[in-house]
Write a protein that binds this ligand. Sequence first.
Ligand SMILES: Cc1cc2nc3c(=O)[nH]c(=O)nc-3n(C[C@H](O)[C@H](O)[C@H](O)COP(=O)(O)OP(=O)(O)OC[C@H]3O[C@@H](n4cnc5c(N)ncnc54)[C@H](O)[C@@H]3O)c2cc1C
Length: 430
Amino acid sequence: MAKLVPTNETILVAGGGISGMTAALEAAECGKHVLLIEKSPSLGGRVSQFHRYFPKLCHPTCGMEINTRRLKANKRVHILTMTEVTAVTGTAGNYTVNLLTRPRYVNENCTACGACAKAVSSEIPNAFDYNLGKIKAAYLPFVMAYPQRYVIDPSIVGTAEGEAANAACAHDAIDLDMKPESFTVNVGAIIWATGWQPFDAAKIQPYGYDRFTNVITSVEFERMMDPSGPTGGKLLRPSDGKEARNIAFIQCAGSRDRNYLKHCSRICCMATLKQSTYIAERYGDDPDAKVSIYYIDIRAIDRFEDFYQKVQADPRVTFIKSKVANITEDESSGDPVLHGVDTEGYHRYDNRHDLCILAIGMQPSVRAEEIATGMHGDANGFIETNDENGAIFAAGCAGNPLDVNRSVQNATAAALRAIQVVNRIAAAEA
Ligand SMILES: Cc1cc2nc3c(=O)[nH]c(=O)nc-3n(C[C@H](O)[C@H](O)[C@H](O)COP(=O)(O)OP(=O)(O)OC[C@H]3O[C@@H](n4cnc5c(N)ncnc54)[C@H](O)[C@@H]3O)c2cc1C
């Protein structure tokens, strides 16, 4: 990775998802120095957790691999993982940013051979799989993680297991004495690409996510369908491990609702349409495979309309125009039973399914006011374009719930704005 040279012509990008990677690369490929920081141990953000992505239904690995190749080839991007911004002060062209790096306990000598993981038996919840499964306490975050470097969980540091991992490493890559490091950098412009987080489904009490095992969220479903995920790509019910075939999706779960998120997250309809194709792919012509999509209205804009029409034509998929009122659980089978009124026929229904997926909304992972004074958020907490000094720019889902295509466009625009700021600084200093 490139050597860090922060000056007031450097651009700091906070968040290493698809938006942050794009902004960093676009700026670096225009000749600017970029410091890309990411709070988790690897880049890729939420996109790397998908099984496939719409509209082409390709695996996220392909898009990510292109970006990691570009990053490896570019000496102007300096990447710091496990790092967060703790404070920002200053003005356009002269920001002071305080950063905190948590210890990985593994250095750049790591070859990702996995010997440390073999030497360890303790397990921790697997955050990459939304804690649906467990992972060894010495772990690679996921198969295609970048950087390809293991992490030692702090729970085994100072224990015999930590020592065993250290002893198993033939590359002198484990350093159990690493400490958290705080430091300050001076940069000219900042791109805030910290993305989104899923709305806490447990808050939607009528849907019983915290009470009924077979009610899960769309992001969990995404991991379950991934062959490298917690169920090896099988759709196993959390309650009894049986394969689920009769699937319900509830749209706008917590979105467009004054009790939860007021905004439309824009993506959930397309996410469900995409996920319904996973069922078709998995079960083929199995007559028991059924998908019921409970919706208020389907928002599939522009070219996504074709995708919507294809799913509508699938005989396995039924669209039920209704906001589900509540879910109960059939105690003997563990089946979720959905109750409501079909607003096209005004029929009451009590529909039993094997598994229910809540298409939960997206909310900003960092609210505007937490970043720096002078930052503004919209009514839903997403960051509005720039700070009062004009050089902190939002990119991707930090500023709006967007799909990948629009996140990438938005991140490129943020990079161009940041480039203009540092160019002005350079011109003034010349
Ligand atoms: C269920 C679901 C399915 C979806 N499927 C698709 C799809 O198939 N196709 C599609 O186009 N779009 C899809 N989307 C939308 C897609 O997830 C977003 O477009 C994409 O994640 C935006 O990327 P991002 O980089 O802006 O944000 P993120 O992916 O959220 O990345 C943000 C990054 O910032 C890091 N970060 C957060 N806070 C900090 C901090 N304080 N300091 C440093 N780093 C931080 C995070 O760890 C993360 O790596 C889906 C969304 C949902 C809800």
